[in-house]
Design a protein. Structure first.
Length: 249
């Protein structure tokens, strides 16, 4: 058993691997679901997709990604909103969230040495691990945000009409927001539509949580390494799970 005071960390490799596999499966499944959404709404409108009763409206579902045609006596959804793909997407999301949040929370902790789930881990290794997680999750969040917000960033108040070459009848931009990145476009016909699909806005908002948690874990690891290198100065409390150094004399 390592001596008391040895820097340690939880074994999180399995959790990181599980979250990565679930994320890859989610990407593949969402790709299939998004392909299934293409032209599905038009098929309902044109009567090619049959449903119970009269068609009331067509809407896009955020997760699992699907186009849902609402009829008077029930709904008909594209492939993402039906079993088995819809069930598999929900299962993959649950596995990814539980594994990812579990790994990030474990990286924030500073356990005592000993135990099957704990191994010696230097402060530098902890900084490297949390820094890698922060870089990956932060990059994914930034890419998703830019994908959703690129039309809003130059001029949120005119995002619906900018860059489309409107000579007349440009849509009006309502309720523009940079976070979540969304705006309502109102056309001259009176129709309203979001500038981004709901599923994309939901993804951006949900990615904020792991990115912020990874940033917290990275900052905490950097602080702990700095405290260890400089010693416990006045007014700096001992780190959780560590005994304060004994004074001689």
């Amino acid at each position: 058993m390592p001596p008391e005071g040895t820097p340690s960390g939880y074994r999180t490799d399995g959790l990181w691997a599980a979250s990565a596999i679930a994320f890859a499966a989610l990407l593949a499944g969402c790709g299939v679901a998004l392909l299934g959404m293409l032209e599905f709404g038009e098929r309902c409108t044109q009567g090619l997709a049959e449903g119970p009763g009269r068609l009331i409206r067509v809407r896009d579902q955020a997760f699992p990604p699907a186009t849902v045609c609402e009829f008077a006596q029930g709904e008909v959804a594209s492939v993402g909103g039906r079993a088995p793909l819809g069930f598999l997407l929900w299962a993959g999301l649950v596995v990814m969230v539980v594994a990812l949040l579990g790994a990030l929370v474990a990286e924030c902790l500073d356990p005592r040495p000993g135990g099957d789930l704990v191994r010696p881990m230097s402060r530098t290794e902890k900084v490297r691990r949390t820094g890698t997680a922060f870089f990956v999750l932060g990059s994914v969040f930034v890419m998703a945000y830019l994908l959703a917000a690129w039309r809003l960033l130059p001029s949120p108040s005119t995002a619906c009409s900018d860059g489309d070459g409107w000579s007349a009848g440009a849509p009006q931009t309502l309720d523009a927001s940079l976070f979540p990145p969304q705006a309502t476009c109102r056309f001259v016909s009176g129709e309203t539509r979001g500038i981004n699909p709901d599923w994309l806005v939901s993804v951006v908002v949900e990615l904020t949580v792991p990115a912020l948690l990874a940033a917290f874990a990275f900052g905490l690891a950097v602080r702990r390494r700095a405290v260890e290198r400089t010693g416990h100065g006045p007014g700096i409390p001992p780190l959780p799970g560590r005994r304060p150094p004994s004074r001689v004399g």
